[in-house]
Design a protein. Structure first.
Length: 635
């Protein structure tokens, strides 16, 4: 029997998910809509399996075929449309990623794929066109295992004992979910073992239906609805999920199903019934629209247009794709060759594999200024930084001039990226490079990180100090750092004394000034370079788009006001030091008015959102004459 209340529940689930994805501020816990879908699926699947077992006519193979006919056609169309549009609008790197996700989604392994890539709520998730298919993969994996287990144990125990086992399995599954969410948060979000209990709750709702009076049904429905609403508004992505709090939307869904109110104005109204009917297709299409708005930096108005379009295209997908009646029954082995969803899986999987194999069909572009390979190379961590020192960022001989050095480059990777620029401005500069990633230019303090990093960092800076005290030829010390590593509110530092503390901005500033004064006491002029203004997270994508489609690199320039509050604090801090020390603020050179440049003609300045590329450092060094900036101003 068709349950209008469950159809209305589907509408509630898809509405809250769509609102969350288009604007998380509207419904911070809207991702719980997926949990509602899981409970509904468990209820319906348990009903199909138990009725089949009771009537002794359940076929596992026919069950799989029916599920495939329901799910695969609309998913295949979405994948095919993305593949075609991606050919025209996606860069090779993004098209290659789409290809990987295509065969992950159509093979129903995308939950495992996305778990291994990153967390669901990370910024990068808005660049994954098929991220939402993780939930379909979880459901499909449940569909594969659940009927085999139930049919298997039905051969040995009674249906009543099977019901008890499902109840116990649900309780154990929930307990495991609570523990696992806090121990392994990312896999717990994506993988079946921590989600199966939600579908089993739906199974419990089917095998243990409530037999209650009409008035109590109304109260039960309202209690369930309030639990769902509270979950969507008072839970947010900062809370580990699914965890124990997932019990609230799951229990809310369970109560509404148990209320069995087919005449409810809440679930049985024309709007919810229509949206519920189209809910699968709406769910499929809404997320790529969200990604398109983000990917192409469309305005806020497109958020509202996108939501309406999601409903419209969901309606079209339901009417013309979902409503197609594929054959569910095959009587002979050769009949299975007519199983059309199998061909859809093969073709979509093949398209995805070819996109990966061809590096995103890079042949689509005639632009040879950049290729996918050298873009990938130039955006690697530390690209170009190690060339002057043959991968040695310490005190090795390869980092020194053969003559008595005059200029020390000391600090972390933000000092490293200046070396190429200094040598470009004066190839004969007598420099020595003493740099170590994440070890800032502080003599007596180091960031606490993994393992014994702080001890090794302090050991490194101690060797720098001893070397300076024994080498009187050094006249200038070029130092740079983002400094944020050392006074973030929740970060610890280790002092030379061995104490670990959370240090304040004023305290780290005092430590820095103490270091500068020690250098001056040795007759060395400190020259402080600020970090370049940060471009934001999309710089790699911007470079890729501009180069591949033959666009102007000026499209990668960014607004000065994108600079974070912490960066602004750094610049203010360095400005205060400027009256007593030589401070070179790269912000002044890279930003003109409100616009900060990312390129000099065809030379791209950055290698990531904060570091200079090797060619960018060289060009900046030549244009600004780093060598003379360092040596001309004396204190």
């Amino acid at each position: 029997m068709f349950r209008k209340d469950i159809n209305g529940l589907r509408a509630i689930a898809v509405i809250v998910v769509v609102l969350f994805h288009f604007n998380a501020d509207w419904m911070p816990g809207g991702f719980a809509g997926v949990d509602i879908f899981f409970v509904i699926s468990g209820f319906l699947m348990t009903g199909i399996i138990f009725r089949g077992i009771e009537e002794d006519k359940f076929s596992i193979l026919n069950f799989y075929i029916a599920r495939a006919n329901r799910i695969i056609p609309a998913l295949s169309l979405l994948c095919f449309v993305l593949f075609v549009l991606g050919w025209f609008y996606l860069t090779p790197m993004d098209y290659k990623a789409l290809g990987k996700h295509l065969y992950g989604s159509i093979s129903f392994l995308s939950n495992i794929m996305y778990w291994r890539e990153s967390g669901y709520f990370e910024t990068a998730s808005h660049e994954k066109w098929l991220l939402h298919t993780w939930s379909l993969s979880v459901e499909w994996q449940f569909y594969l295992i659940y009927p085999i287990v139930l049919v298997g144990i039905s051969k040995f125990i009674s249906l009543q004992k099977m019901k008890t086992m499902i109840l116990l399995g649900m309780i154990i599954g929930f307990a495991f979910c609570v523990v696992a969410t806090y121990k392994w948060p990312d896999p717990s979000y994506y993988l079946l073992p921590t989600r199966a209990w939600e579908m089993m709750v739906g199974g419990v709702a089917y095998i243990y239906p409530f037999n209650i009076k009409s008035k109590l049904k109304i109260r039960l429905e309202w209690a369930g609805l309030l639990l769902i609403i509270a979950s969507c508004y008072f839970i947010s992505k900062e809370i580990p999920w699914p965890g124990y709090l997932s019990l609230f939307p799951v229990l809310g869904t369970f109560l509404i199903i148990q209320a069995q109110r087919n005449d409810s104005i809440i679930t049985n109204n024309i709007i919810f019934q229509k949206i519920g009917t189209w809910s699968y297709s709406i769910y499929l299409w809404h997320w790529p629209i969200v990604v398109a708005i983000y990917y192409f930096s469309l305005g806020e108005i497109f958020v509202y247009i996108g939501m309406l379009f999601s409903v419209f295209i969901g309606f079209l997908s339901y009417k013309y794709i979902e409503s197609i009646k594929f054959n569910n029954l095959f009587y002979e082995a050769f009949d299975y060759l007519k199983f059309k969803p199998a061909y859809m899986i093969l073709f979509i999987g093949l398209f995805g594999y070819l996109a990966v194999l061809s590096d995103g069909f890079v042949v689509r572009s005639n632009n040879e200024t950049y290729t996918i390979n050298n873009i990938t190379e130039r955006l690697k961590a530390n690209f170009g930084l190690d060339k002057e020192c043959s991968n040695d960022f310490t005190l090795s001989d390869s980092c020194r001039t053969n003559e008595s050095p005059e200029i020390l480059i000391w600090g972390d990777s933000f000092s490293m990226h200046l070396v190429s620029g200094i040598l470009a401005s004066n190839p004969d500069a007598k420099i020595v490079q003493m740099t170590k990633s994440n070890c800032g230019p502080f003599f007596d303090v180091a960031p606490v990180r993994v393992g014994d990093f702080a001890d090794r960092c302090l050991e490194f800076t101690d060797s720098v100090r001893k070397w300076l005290h024994s080498n009187s030829s050094i006249k200038y010390a070029v130092i740079s750092s983002p400094f944020t590593l050392y006074y973030s509110p929740d970060s610890k530092v280790k002092l030379r004394s061995g104490d670990e503390i959370i240090i304040s901005k004023d305290e780290i500033k005092a430590e820095f000034i103490s270091t500068l004064n020690e250098l001056k006491s040795l007759g060395i002029t400190p020259v402080i370079f600020s970090p370049p203004p940060s471009t934001g997270d999309n710089i790699g994508k911007c470079l890729d788009q501009a180069s591949f489609f033959g666009g102007e690199l000026s499209g990668c320039d960014f607004n000065k006001y994108q600079i974070t509050k912490i960066q602004s604090t750094i610049y203010d801090w360095l400005l205060e030091l400027d009256s007593n020390y030589n401070v070179i603020n790269l912000n002044d050179y890279l930003c003109n008015g409100d616009v900060c440049k990312t390129h000099f003609e065809n030379i791209f300045v950055y290698r990531d959102k904060g570091h200079l590329s090797i060619e960018g450092s060289q060009e900046l060094g030549k244009q600004l004459d780093f060598y003379n900036l360092i040596t001309d101003r004396r204190y």
